[in-house]
Design a protein. Structure first.
Length: 463
């Protein structure tokens, strides 16, 4: 921590609770969470130009910040902030608030406590869900930060939108941004405008609307529809204040999980089915002597997916060294913090199960019925087998593994992310049967699944 009081510019680093209790107002504990300026810091306030509170678990920043007339950079990421003290009179050019608890409801009042001269604002990894509807983040930032040039929004739930970052870049807010989420805004803005023009042209042709010839600011002549001209004028006009936010989640996203293949299964018939011959399976009991044995014709697997309160299951898949899954699961979910966290920390489970497959008892019954040498004993046995062949609910099978991939690239502006997920499998030893020696433990193996997740475009009305 700098202690040179004669320095013209002073940087105060209070990162990660690095302040000992002897330097804080509360001295009863050896180390405490920072609750205010350390002793002596106020004597430096006249020369403070940068201060870091990163990683202190703070719910509020010290009100003494307002007494730092030269403060230009404030770093307060990785805390629990939802608001700020009034800093509107400070010459701040950068404020870092990544990894806090700022939500849509608290954003406007937080921005009101920042100066109009602010050039850079990092709001990454917060709880912002509403991008543009009903006075969302775009409107709040456009009104609250008139000089903003650099903006960070990645890691917020609002990023899970097929039109992000395009919606930001083509808005009045985006027209003045130089950097968005650390990337240059101009190239992405040009791409977004070109894509919007293509969509507009397609709509014009589909509706049979006569195009209007207009010239842009550089004198370039182009053809757009009359509706397109009105839309552009509306986009360039100042945004009207949005209505009060309805905090009930109303914005949804559809995620498409495409499961391509599974590799790594051992050779069929390697004793895996024997490992399953316990109470977890409805394997038919061996019939009496003289009857055709009921055995598993082949081994099958199934994958079940769970995300928040939704689940999907694949059809049973034939066992093989390479299994072509070919399943697509579309889940429409509210774009919330819970969904963001599930994608970030890997709580989306893909559970692989070995399914028990017993030859249907009805096939054995019909085979005996068709025998020309059927005896009276066979008839009695057939009656008993028909009674036992009534349909029953199959049990779940034997769990092979649970795969928990993470999808962080989707939280940083990517529309699709593909990966291979690997999990180790160790099955229990098969049960010992009467008159048999206990089989050796099945060797562990690894399963690898190819999977991708795509953020689907919002539904559009038919032309």
């Amino acid at each position: 921590m700098p202690r040179d009081r004669g320095a013209s510019n002073v940087r105060l680093d209070l990162t990660h609770r690095s302040v000992a209790a002897a330097e804080c107002a509360a001295e009863e504990e050896p180390y405490v969470s920072l609750t205010g300026f350390p002793r002596g810091a106020l004597a430096l306030s006249a020369n403070l130009t940068e201060i870091s509170f990163v990683g202190n678990g703070l719910f509020l920043l010290p009100a003494e910040l307002a007494s730092c007339p030269r403060l230009r950079r404030l770093c307060a990421g990785a805390n629990s902030l939802t608001s700020l003290p009034d800093l509107s009179r400070l010459p701040l050019v950068h404020v870092g608030l990544a990894g806090n608890r700022i939500d849509d409801a608290g954003l406007p009042s937080l921005l009101a406590h920042l100066p109009d001269c602010l050039l850079s604002l990092d709001l990454s990894l917060n709880r912002l869900e509403i991008l543009k509807n009903g006075g969302g983040v775009i409107t709040s930032l456009h009104e609250g930060c008139p000089s903003l040039k650099q903006l960070g929004l990645s890691g917020n739930p609002l990023v899970l939108c097929s039109s992000y970052p395009e919606d930001v870049l083509v808005s009045p807010l985006g027209e003045r941004l130089l950097l968005l989420d650390g990337a240059e805004a101009a190239p992405a803005r040009e791409t977004a405008l070109a894509a919007a023009a293509e969509v507009e042209a397609a709509v014009t042709v589909a509706r049979g609307v006569e195009p209007v010839v207009v010239a842009d600011n550089e004198g370039v002549i182009e053809q757009v529809s009359a509706e397109g001209v009105a839309a552009r004028e509306t986009a360039r006009a100042p945004l009207e204040p949005g209505p009060e936010l309805n905090m009930t989640p109303t914005e949804f996203v559809t995620l498409r999980f495409s499961l391509t293949e599974l590799t790594g299964l051992p050779e069929a018939g390697s004793g895996l089915q024997d490992a399953c011959a316990d109470n977890s399976f409805d394997v038919a009991a061996p019939p009496a002597d003289g009857l055709t044995p009921s055995a598993c014709s082949n081994e099958r697997v199934q994958v079940r997916m769970h995300l928040l309160d939704q689940g999907r299951s694949s059809a049973p898949l034939a066992w093989g060294s390479t299994v072509a899954i070919g399943e697509t699961f579309d889940l429409t979910l509210p774009r919330t913090v819970a969904l963001r966290d599930s994608l970030a920390i890997g709580s989306i489970a893909f559970e692989w199960t070995l399914l028990p497959i017993a030859q249907p008892a009805s096939e054995t019954i019909e085979a005996i019925s068709a025998s020309p040498t059927e005896t009276a004993g066979d008839v009695a046995r057939l009656d008993g087998m028909r009674a036992e062949a009534a349909p029953t609910v199959p049990r779940e099978g034997l769990a092979l593994c649970s795969m928990l991939p993470t999808w962080r690239p989707l939280l940083h502006g990517k529309k699709i992310h593909s990966q291979r997920v690997i999990a180790s499998v160790q099955l229990p030893a098969p049960p010992k049967r009467p008159g048999e020696k206990r089989l050796n433990k099945i060797k562990p193996f690894e399963l690898s699944m190819a999977i991708s997740c795509t953020i689907l475009p919002e539904a559009t009305q038919d032309l």
